[in-house]
Each structure stands twice: as structure tokens, then as C-alpha cells.
Design a protein around this ligand. Structure first.
Ligand SMILES: Nc1ncnc2c1ncn2[C@@H]1O[C@H](COP(=O)(O)OP(=O)(O)OP(=O)(O)O)[C@@H](O)[C@H]1O
Ligand SMILES: [Mg+2]
Length: 166
């Protein structure tokens, strides 16, 4: 359980991690947040993306890819999983929009964060609400519409040190 805070500046310490509310006035801001995460997230990080249709999840992952040194990130809505291996660490971009929970279960997505069968990397999952198995220490990023573009609610584990230069 995280303690819930109203929008404010900087990190707020909760029981299991830290939380920050970030205003994203345009898509460049969404990309910049993603880029900052891509530059800093350690190998093995799993980013659980949530948010309505068009809230900016793919835009965020495009920034994430830029921060990792990967270009040309497409939406994996039809491919389900895109793997990018040319960056600082591999990026696995997953979109569960078209899947039921049973179908999601059958994909054994745990292999992407267990680091045994799949080379460890950074995993970003759109429509992560549909996951049936959760990673142990996820980074949660919920995007929502706001009067000034979008708002991000970012929750990170205490073990992660992030300096978001935005
Ligand atoms: N902070 C923002 N302010 C305004 N528009 C934004 C912002 N971030 C992204 N957008 C725009 O919102 C639109 C939808 O973005 P995107 O495709 O990333 O959403 P999505 O959450 O991945 O959608 P889907 O649920 O269909 O996968 C794009 O045109 C993008 O440029
Ligand atoms: Mg998308």
C-alpha cells in the first residue's frame, strides 16, 4: 500500500516506495519523462503502464527507447511484443490491449523479468492491468487526461534512486 498524496512537488515517501505526480503539458513532456527513465532504469526494471486509450503510454515508451539508445519504437498493439536489442540494454515493449486475462496468462510474460530464458532488459507493458502475474518490484506509471495535457502518477520501489530532470 502506498500512502496517497495530492499533487505536489518532488517525491513523497510512502510505506513501500515513493510517489510523484508529474504534469505533462504536451507529448514532448511525456517523451522527456520516458527518456529520463530510459537513461536511468537499471537492467531488470519492469514498467507497468496504465491509462485510458490515447493517454500517452506508447509516447512514453518512445521516450524510454530514446533514453536507451533505441529508435523507431512502434505501438505493439498488433504484434503484442516488440524486442529492441540495439540500445544500452534490451527493451521489451509489450501491449496487452487486445488480450484477455487467459490469453495473457498463456504468454508466460514472467520470462521477460526472471532473467533466465530471456536476456535481462527493461520491460515496458501497456495495459498492464491485464497481467495475471506481477513482477516483484514494479515501477508503476499511470497516465490520465488532465486539463493541461496529461498527468503521470509514478510509483517506484524504495530501492530505486531516480533523478528526474524534468
Ligand atoms: N502529455 C501529453 N499531452 C497531450 N498529448 C499527449 C501527451 N502525451 C501524449 N500525447 C498524445 O496523445 C496521443 C496518444 O498517445 P499514445 O499513442 O502514446 O497513447 P496510448 O496510451 O499508447 O494509446 P493506446 O491506449 O491506444 O495504446 C498521441 O497523439 C500523443 O502525441
Ligand atoms: Mg499505445
Amino acid at each position: 500500500m502506498y500512502i496517497v498524496y495530492t499533487a505536489g512537488l518532488g517525491w513523497r515517501q510512502g510505506v513501500e516506495g515513493r510517489q510523484m505526480i508529474i504534469e505533462l503539458p504536451n507529448s514532448q513532456a511525456t517523451q522527456a519523462l520516458g527518456r529520463s527513465l530510459g537513461e536511468q532504469l537499471p537492467t531488470g526494471s519492469v514498467l507497468l503502464l496504465k491509462g485510458d486509450l490515447g493517454s500517452g503510454k506508447t509516447t512514453l515508451v518512445q521516450g524510454l527507447g530514446a533514453g536507451l539508445g533505441v529508435e523507431d519504437i512502434d505501438s505493439p498493439t498488433f504484434t503484442l511484443i516488440n524486442e529492441y536489442t540495439k540500445g544500452r540494454v534490451p527493451l521489451y515493449h509489450i501491449d496487452l490491449y487486445r488480450l484477455s486475462a487467459a490469453e495473457t496468462n498463456g504468454l508466460y510474460l514472467e520470462t521477460y523479468w526472471e532473467g533466465i530464458e530471456v536476456e535481462p532488459g527493461i520491460v515496458a507493458i501497456e495495459w498492464s492491468e491485464r497481467l495475471t502475474h506481477l513482477p516483484p518490484e514494479p515501477i508503476e506509471l499511470a497516465l490520465s487526461y488532465s486539463t493541461r495535457g496529461r498527468r503521470a502518477d509514478l510509483k517506484i520501489p524504495t530501492s530505486l534512486d531516480l533523478e528526474l530532470g524534468i
